[in-house]
Ligand binder design. Structure first.
Ligand code: GLC
Ligand code: CA
Length: 568
């Protein structure tokens, strides 16, 4: 098998808790995934990114792992996992494991051992990042956690604080300790031997901390910003090269690092052909707000970018990695609101059309596309009205901090949560129009979006004009057209505030991708109409009829211009 098979692949992310429940306890599980593998085969994807299924007390829905080599009881057994893997492989689908090794759960046996004081000879003593209190008894530094509050929690028994960049139930592993690295690599090899096909590495850009753990800048919040001291830290590349050497190099894997805070230059270091680290990373820039107008409360009140800013951002990654690294392409995952609600228009008249437009804009770019469950149906934000509807630890902590400590009204904060909270994407997958959208016969762990009667997989598989069928066609194009995989990207009309236009060039073929991000019908810019006429074929469009003189609301049309590309 070619080592870079993943350049032609399309990945589908499953968030197991919300995908399909097979035993009526209201929680999605591995049995449910097994039932739905044919659905994924029909969609045409190559790889499943499986959000964590390891044993976990679920402080952060599985991203707090208490046993890396066991399956979470809610999700099933190791035997079922093996059945899933075998069936997926039989259908031509690979499985990429989501692995959180920046931190474990505080119920992991390593942490339980580590927190025992008394015995300085305990081998687990330095598995985590422990520090003495400051003279006044306070935390060792001023860093805030990504989930609110201090990044440090005091442990009575040890008389010390431990570091957790996320929830207090997610203590950070001490990667400086060679024993920790050894255990992690051994565990990863164990999964490879079981036959898994790759890893998505959770917040992997954060595993190396600057020694001394200096205080961060206070940016008007309650805590300092430790980011510069743990994002892309001093030894992160060394650690990943070791991981590559000791794990990845032995198998034809797909590897993707989740790397908040990575720049294009960092990405080249992580993913370059000669870097021997990762195949690709998830960069965050296009998912964040306008960098020139940061919110007072980070993502919660950040202003969205203008379309020209957003285009510049995505294009910077396309051109910056050309010939040097490889992009991942995504607009959604389990941490983000639904793209049709955020970047498109989820009102009934435009929802399907704008969802297809966004998909076209993303899937015609260069890189490996990721589809998050339900995105292929154009599922929308949950828009929960009440705090009680939310389940996510980040969301609940933010509500508490912004109302109690920052003086915002509950109404204001509920507005933030509706717009950007993570639970928007975590409502159950909408399979059909029976009760609970066919997700469970029990009571779902989180509310089902009531729009499942209109938006569901059964209906869309039968409707040739559905969002689902459109995703199938996009995936097929990647599998069959070299220009989609390899073509060089060029942004056109960069200042246009309504249209996202770009081309892809490969040998003697050129694709012209035109996407209208508004609900208005627009004239075709002159330079483009010269290109569109007369010798072009439409490769795909979200409108059934071709019309070259106007660009219709949320239209996306991809033209193939033959014989005008570059040689080579
Ligand atoms: C990643 C995951 C997110 C999780 C966090 C801590 O960002 O995608 O869901 O909460 O890491 O593990
Ligand atoms: Ca279940």
């Amino acid at each position: 098998m070619k080592r870079d098979w993943w350049k032609k692949a399309v990945v589908y992310q499953i968030y197991p808790r919300s995908f399909m429940d097979s035993n009526g306890d209201g929680i999605g599980d591995i049995g449910g995934i097994i039932e739905k593998l044919e659905y994924l085969q029909d969609l045409g994807i190559d790889v499943i990114w499986l959000s964590p299924v390891y044993r976990s007390p679920n402080v952060d829905n599985g991203y707090d792992i208490s046993d890396y080599q066991a399956i979470m009881e809610d999700f099933g057994t190791m035997e079922e996992f093996e059945r899933m893997l075998e069936k997926a492989h039989g259908l031509g689908i690979k499985i990429m494991m989501d692995l959180a090794v920046n931190h474990t759960s505080d119920e992991h046996p390593w942490f339980i051992e580590s927190q025992k004081s008394g015995n300085p000879g305990n081998p687990y003593r330095d598995y985590y990042i422990w520090r003495d209190p400051k003279e006044d008894g306070g935390a060792p530094n001023n860093w805030g956690s990504s989930f609110g509050g201090s990044a440090w929690t005091y442990h009575e028994g040890r008389g010390q604080y431990y570091l957790h960049l996320f929830a207090s139930g997610q203590p950070d592993l001490n990667w400086e300790n060679p024993a920790v690295r050894g255990e992690v690599f051994q565990m990863m090899n164990w999964w490879c031997e079981k036959g898994v096909d790759g890893f998505r590495l959770d917040v992997i850009s954060m595993i190396s901390k600057v020694p001394g753990l200096p205080d961060g800048k206070m940016n008007g919040g309650l805590y300092g910003d430790g980011g510069p001291f743990y994002i892309n830290g001093p030894r992160v590349h060394e650690y990943l090269q070791k991981m590559n050497e000791q794990v990845f190099s032995g198998y034809p894997l797909i590897t993707v690092g989740e790397t908040p805070g990575a720049s294009v230059e960092d990405a080249v270091r992580y993913t370059g052909e000669n870097a021997h680290e990762l195949n690709m990373i998830f960069q965050f820039e296009h998912m964040e707000g306008d960098p020139d107008h940061p919110g007072k409360y980070g993502k919660w009140d950040a202003k969205e970018m203008s379309l020209p800013q957003w285009k510049r951002c995505l294009s910077k990654w396309q051109t910056g990695l050309e010939g040097k690294g490889w992009n991942s392409l995504y607009l959604s995952n389990h941490d983000r609101p639904r793209p049709v609600s955020r970047f498109g228009n989820d009102s009934p008249g435009y929802r399907a059309c704008s969802a297809k437009m966004l998909a076209t804009c993303l899937h015609m770019m260069k890189g490996t596309p990721y589809i998050y469950q339900g995105e292929e149906l154009g599922m929308t934000n949950a828009y929960f009205e009440k705090l009680e509807d939310y389940r996510d630890v980040e969301t609940l902590n933010a509500f508490e901090e912004l109302t109690n400590k920052r003086g915002e009204t509950p109404e204001t904060v509920l507005g933030y949560l509706k717009r950007i909270g993570r639970d928007n994407a975590r409502t159950p997958m909408q399979w059909d129009n029976s009760s609970n959208a066919g997700f469970t016969t029990g009571t779902p762990w989180i509310g089902v979006n009531p729009n499942f009667t209109e938006i569901n997989a059964r209906q869309q598989r039968e409707d040739p004009d559905s969002v689902f069928q459109y995703y199938k066609r996009l995936i097929h194009l990647r599998h069959t057209m070299d220009v989609v995989v390899h073509g060089r990207y060029e942004l056109l009309e960069p200042e246009d505030e309504n249209l996202f236009v770009y081309s892809r060039t490969w040998k003697d073929e050129k694709l012209l991708v035109i996407c209208n991000f508004t609900k208005r019908e627009l004239p075709v810019p002159q330079q483009l109409s010269d290109r569109i006429f007369p010798d072009t074929d439409v490769v795909i469009s979200n409108y059934l009829t071709r019309q070259d003189d106007r660009i219709r609301p949320y239209e996306a049309t991809v033209y193939l211009i033959k014989g005008t590309g570059e040689q080579g």
